[in-house]
Design a protein around this ligand. Structure first.
Ligand code: GN1
Ligand code: MG
Length: 360
């Protein structure tokens, strides 16, 4: 799928929303690695337009249906004063559906909330607290949602054995002869037997919840006046899952002092104050609806997500960059090195981290 959408294709999709490039402006929005997202400003209204990556999301209609179900549930909770954030409505097009199919792929429009902004990186422990509280409120409000109604959008998305299997396959195929560039890193992944076993034991016993699976701060909208989160966005990977995945992705994206593709790894450290704020706020947001095992799993999740995404970046590097958008040939390898280094740091500080989860 091409990253560039031409004017003709944009006009084709805009027509479904009663506008065109003659009466509206379309500008890229956000920094996602998967979908293409635009802000459309027209005379009638402003909305977010998104082309869903159908290489990643094989059945885009399932992404859209899941979002409808989740939004309806959140709206009910909001009406009962049990959800303090805003659901992110998808807009019905003139074909009476929230999904539009054109020659360029699958599209949807999402309501635009004015006077808000997104934040790319966590800098303070107050922000970490906001992230953990908002994503915790989200999953907590969905705790009585029947998970079986949700389609598993990307099967085995956060299944470690499956991700290790994909890496194994890429190593055997080595289609771009890139293995020699990363053999040591590959070996490192397969040497983590104790950790892999701990994860397998845990997932056999953890309760299933509706999880977001992409809990970075840039998937929250902040109100420009109050500077507080007003909505959780990007519901694409909402699926039945384990809360350690959501907590782990927060730790992965908030606690490192470096960006996920930074290469000066000797400078990487874990921001303990941020970790503590995440752990305390996330646990608190469930209002006691979190089991002891789930609480314990948070420490494993914190290590698991960097490990698993490191494996995914490494697999994509060996495969020839088919999945994640990259800016240069070594981009996925650098991301993998970075995330696996973060895993190492989190692994070696796990006892210290556990203290802040259990508030000892
Ligand atoms: C992808 O496109 P974005 O940034 O929302 C990926 C996440 C990764 C992330 C790494 C569907 O998310 O799992 O954590 O890149 N989403 C999918 O930056 O694979
Ligand atoms: Mg995402």
């Amino acid at each position: 799928m091409s990253n560039v959408v031409d004017k003709k294709s944009l006009n084709e999709v805009l027509a479904f929303y009663h506008c065109s490039l003659n009466n509206s402006t379309v500008s890229p929005l956000g920094n996602g690695l998967i979908n293409q997202t635009y802000l459309v400003r027209s005379i009638n209204n402003n909305f977010v337009l998104q082309r869903i990556n159908d290489h990643v999301f094989k059945q885009p209609e399932q992404v859209i249906n899941n979002a409808e179900l989740i939004n309806n549930h959140l709206k009910n909770k909001q009406d009962q004063n049990q959800y303090p954030l805003e659901p992110m409505w998808q807009i019905t097009s003139n074909n009476d559906s929230p999904m539009v199919k054109t020659t360029e792929g699958f599209w949807r429009a999402i309501k635009f909330i004015p006077n808000c902004y997104t934040v790319e990186a966590v800098e303070t422990s107050e922000q970490a607290e906001q992230v953990a509280t908002a994503f915790g409120q989200f999953t907590s409000a969905l705790s009585d949602f029947p998970t079986s109604q949700l389609k598993e959008i990307i099967p085995d998305f956060h299944n470690l054995d499956f991700r290790l299997g994909q890496l194994k396959k890429a190593v055997v195929d080595d289609p771009k002869n890139r293995l020699s560039q990363c053999q040591q890193l590959v070996d490192f992944c397969f040497e983590q037997n104790d950790f892999i076993k701990r994860v397998a034991d845990l997932v056999a016993s953890l309760p299933v919840q509706v999880t977001h699976n992409d809990t970075k701060i840039n998937n929250l909208l902040f109100n420009s006046e109050t500077h507080k989160p007003i909505a959780v966005i990007d519901l694409d990977t909402c699926m039945p899952g384990f809360i350690m995945h959501d907590f782990g992705d927060m730790v992965r994206t908030c606690c490192s002092n470096l960006a996920e593709d930074a290469t000066d790894l000797e400078n990487m450290h874990i921001r303990m104050d941020i970790f503590e704020s995440l752990a305390k706020a996330y646990t608190k947001s469930f209002n006691g609806k979190i089991s002891e095992l789930e609480q314990e799993s948070l420490i494993i999740g914190a290590q698991l997500l960097p490990f698993m995404i490191g494996i995914r970046f490494l697999t994509d590097y060996i495969d020839g960059d088919n999945y994640f958008h990259t800016n240069h040939d070594l981009h996925n390898l650098e991301r993998a090195q970075n995330q696996l280094h973060l895993f190492k740091l989190l692994n070696s500080t796990q006892h210290q981290l556990a203290k802040s989860v259990f508030f000892k």
